[in-house]
Design a protein around this ligand. Structure first.
Ligand code: UDP
Ligand code: MN
Length: 806
């Protein structure tokens, strides 16, 4: 085709300028990714649609001071915004097949926990609590008003040990003695008479032997080694357990529940993946009694109703304190000043869907160890987190609270913390010798745990009323269920407690960016999903969840090669789903969390690089061929091993094999079918506009021929790593010629730009060349060549049969 040379040159100049812009676009993309990663917070490293959908609640504070009781009514009005009359599930005795039988019957291969412990052993310095001399010295400094709680604690211990059967209900909360500056007021009984009785009955048999409530100070000193032993050694030996939970005969992956007839199983796999059970807590038939979820809340009649931030109300900084409040922001990257003004045990509004307080749970739920890992956490938020657990968890289910100090640098987190926590026999502190990062810190906490279930929480949270039992109930029904509370938002600015929209699932977008997405309205309507129904969740947010301890180890815990923060939520989520478990969000369990704009702690290595490296480990182990999508979304550079060393993955890959985990494709098809995940950007024939012929690779030769869809040697794909691939061979420039080379994602010279950027989109251009060089079809000889790019030259324009992504 004749071409006007001068126009061509002008156009080329324009185009080179535009091309620079487009390359800048690509760079800009990468920069944005970097910024995203720098910000890196799970709440805001996501697109708008993925942001945590929260609703701010404004309750008239004066109401509370007039009449505390009115708080509940008011809160009812404000919080229960969900439509009341979602149709109930017609048949209450049935659970949808898709959920009931969803636990995959894979052979349980219990991971050798000693391996995990080996790693953990080397991390832990030992437990530090209750060293009497130290305490006496510093007690006055810490808190001159701390009451002696020994009598109360002993009473409770007696009660839990069955020696004193009376008064378990309310008095047990005196474990969570009021902190300084909080007036204690008498509280009405939190439990109804009959449910209390049930608890007692359970205490006599199961709980009594489960719970060693009191941890002796002397014993504590010698615990460092003990703590690291697998929990097996802590399991009650003389337990009367009519569920047979600890016996080999009972398979908790298959609870004795009545299943929905198979006819009602969702036919569409996409539907099935979303399907949730309907109030299973009241549907399941199982031996053993039930009781209503306990509304334990030691703060439900607040001691000081007009205290700053009480009932989760927004707090305001007085004018004369604004400077101070601003100055102190960076201590925690939230309003540290206000947090200090707010009572350590403030009440928060009960934001659960209404039905939750009526739900039944089993009497004989497993106990849990709550694990808080922290590094340089702000004093007031750490304490508020611990108090919220102590105040709102049934004592017989809370085996212990383990605080894992990941080598904090703040002085107040040492002796002062030891002294403060020594009031609470259930609280144990583990100090790590070196900074390990969140992931390995959690493993250290898990190794020390003696409860049957591990509950991980961030150290700046507030557990809401009734938060624990619904989580443990699900784990009890199926030990392979890993459950998360709804994460509500504690404002970083005014510390108010905000509830989030219902029906949110944790999801990810490429390149493994976590976010939230609501279940489609229509799906909710069609399946009559109630706002209290568990929601199956493709990935968890990561900070807050409960998991059966033995199952956690069966899964090989976390990849200990993950550093500091990031990617661990993806790792554990893929592992759980692909290796036979399930992740659910339990709307009846709600926990507030301060989403911070930045990390108050340092990353020993570069922050961006740490997170990227973690993600690359996850992608390499779990994503199979889909890892190309991960790298192809701005992470090409991670493939250069000379720049990024992601470490050894042999053990993780072995583990996946050993557990006989399913493929990532299975995960996408069955758990997250709504994710768009085309394996390549484009595929089919590559049509040349100038010659109207297609590219062929046959007998080691590349040439053009008449297009023929049935001819396999004309089939190519354009991959996420921008390679033009046929089977295992990829198009490669060689001087002015093109050859086919074995594909290798790490080789940058195999990358071609096509349909990317704003110009020369139909061209196929060598990536990263100083001058734009394009693929051109020979006018006569059916050959292909490399030429300077020419925007109007149709012999340089190529078109794939199918495009799946830009
Ligand atoms: N954390 C830790 N070691 C680290 C990083 C974090 O123990 O190296 C703790 C941190 O104090 C917090 C939890 O891990 O309690 C989760 O971290 P963060 O809150 O920063 O994560 P985010 O909520 O922003 O995802
Ligand atoms: Mn957090």
């Amino acid at each position: 085709m004749p071409r006007d040379k001068s126009t061509s040159v002008v156009w080329l100049l324009f185009d080179i300028a535009a091309l620079r812009m487009s390359i800048n676009d690509v760079n800009q993309d990468l920069k944005e990714r970097e910024i995203v990663l720098k910000q890196g917070r799970r709440k805001d490293n996501v697109e708008d649609v993925l942001k945590h959908p929260l609703q701010k609640v404004d309750i008239d504070k004066k109401e509370f001071s007039k009449n505390n009781n009115r708080f509940e009514r008011k809160a009812d009005k404000v919080y229960r915004k969900w439509p009341k009359a979602r149709p109930e599930n017609q048949d209450k005795n049935l659970i949808p097949m898709s959920m009931a039988g969803k636990s995959f019957v894979e052979q349980d291969e219990v991971m050798n926990q000693s391996k995990v412990n080996l790693i953990v052993n080397s991390l832990v310095k030992g437990t530090v609590i209750s060293i009497p001399e130290k305490i006496n010295k510093t007690k006055a400094v810490v808190n001159s008003k701390v009451e002696n709680t020994t009598t109360k604690i002993n009473k409770i211990r007696d009660a839990v040990n069955g020696q004193t059967k009376a008064n378990l209900d309310v008095k047990s909360h005196s474990l969570t003695k009021a902190p300084p500056a909080v007036q204690e007021k008498t509280r009405p009984p939190a439990l109804k008479e009959n449910s209390v009785k049930k608890v007692h009955r359970i205490n006599d048999t199961v709980v009594m032997s489960h719970n060693e409530v009191h941890v002796d100070a002397g014993l504590q000193k010698n615990l460092s080694n003990e703590l690291l032993k697998p929990a097996e050694s802590d399991k009650p030996k003389n337990i009367i357990d009519n569920t047979g939970k600890h016996g080999n005969t009972f398979n908790r992956t298959k609870p004795d529940i009545i299943q929905k007839p198979s006819g009602q199983k969702a036919e569409d796999p996409e539907e099935e993946a979303l399907q949730v059970p309907h109030s299973t807590s009241v549907l399941v038939r199982r031996s053993g009694g039930h009781h209503k979820v306990m509304a334990l809340d030691a703060t439900d009649r607040p001691r000081d109703p007009v205290a700053v931030g009480q009932f989760g109300q927004p707090a305001r900084v007085p004018r004369d304190k604004e400077l101070e409040s601003r100055r102190r922001w960076s201590e925690g990257f939230f309003n540290v000043f206000l947090s200090e003004q707010i009572p350590i045990d403030r009440a928060v509004p009960d934001t659960r869907p209404q039905i939750c307080s009526e739900n039944l749970v089993h009497d004989n739920l497993p106990s849990t160890s709550v694990i808080f890992c922290f590094v340089d956490e702000v004093w007031s938020t750490l304490l508020r987190s611990v108090h919220s657990v102590l105040n709102r968890s049934p004592p017989h289910l809370l085996k212990e609270i383990i605080l894992v100090d990941d080598c904090s640098t703040k002085d107040y987190l040492r002796e002062q913390l030891d002294v403060y926590m020594s009031q609470f026999p259930k609280v144990r502190i583990i100090r790590l010798k070196e900074r390990q990062g969140l992931i390995r810190a959690r493993m250290a906490g898990a190794a020390a745990a003696t409860g049957e279930v591990l509950t991980f929480l961030d150290s700046h949270i507030e557990c809401n009323v009734g938060w624990l039992e619904p989580l443990l109930e699900r784990v009890y029904l199926d030990r392979k269920k890993v459950v998360c509370p709804v994460i509500e938002v504690i404002s970083d600015k005014d510390m108010s407690y905000m509830l989030v929209d219902n029906f949110q699932r944790g999801i990810f977008r490429w390149p493994l960016v976590f976010g939230w997405s609501a279940l489609p309205e229509e799906y909710i309507r069609k399946n009559q999903i109630k706002d209290s129904d568990p929601i199956r969740c493709p990935v968890m947010a990561g900070g807050l969840f409960s998991i059966d301890k033995s199952y956690f180890y069966e899964l090989g815990a976390y990849d200990p090669g993950l550093d500091v923060w990031g990617g661990e939520n993806m790792e554990i989520s893929f592992k759980i789903w692909m290796c036979g478990g399930e992740i659910e969000i339990i709307p009846c369990s709600r926990v507030g969390h301060i989403f911070r704009g930045d990390n108050p702690y340092k990353f020993p290595k570069d922050r961006v690089k740490t997170v990227e490296r973690n993600l690359a480990r996850v992608a390499e182990v779990w994503l199979d061929e889909y890892k190309e999508l991960f790298y192809g979304h701005g992470y090409h550079h991670l493939l250069d091993k000379s720049v990024t060393d992601i470490g050894n993955l042999t053990e993780q890959i072995e583990l996946r094999k050993k557990l006989k985990c399913k493929s990532f494709k299975w995960y996408l098809d069955n758990v997250y079918p709504d994710l768009v995940a085309p394996l390549v950007k484009a595929e089919g024939l590559i049509f040349n506009a100038g010659t109207r012929k297609c590219l062929v690779f046959q007998n080691h030769n590349l040439f053009l021929d008449k297009c023929d869809l049935t001819n396999k040697s004309q089939h190519f794909s354009y991959t996420w790593l921008r390679m033009l691939r046929q089977n295992t061979s990829c198009l490669a420039p060689q001087e002015k010629q093109i050859i086919m080379e074995p594909c290798d994602n790490t080789k940058t010279h195999l990358r071609w730009m096509h349909k990317s950027g704003k110009v020369l989109t139909e061209h196929v251009m060598i990536e990263g060349h100083s001058r734009p060089i394009c693929l051109e079809a020979g006018v006569k000889a059916d050959g292909i060549f490399l030429k300077d790019c020419d925007p109007i030259n149709t012999f340089q324009k190529w078109q794939f049969t199918h495009y799946y992504a830009e």
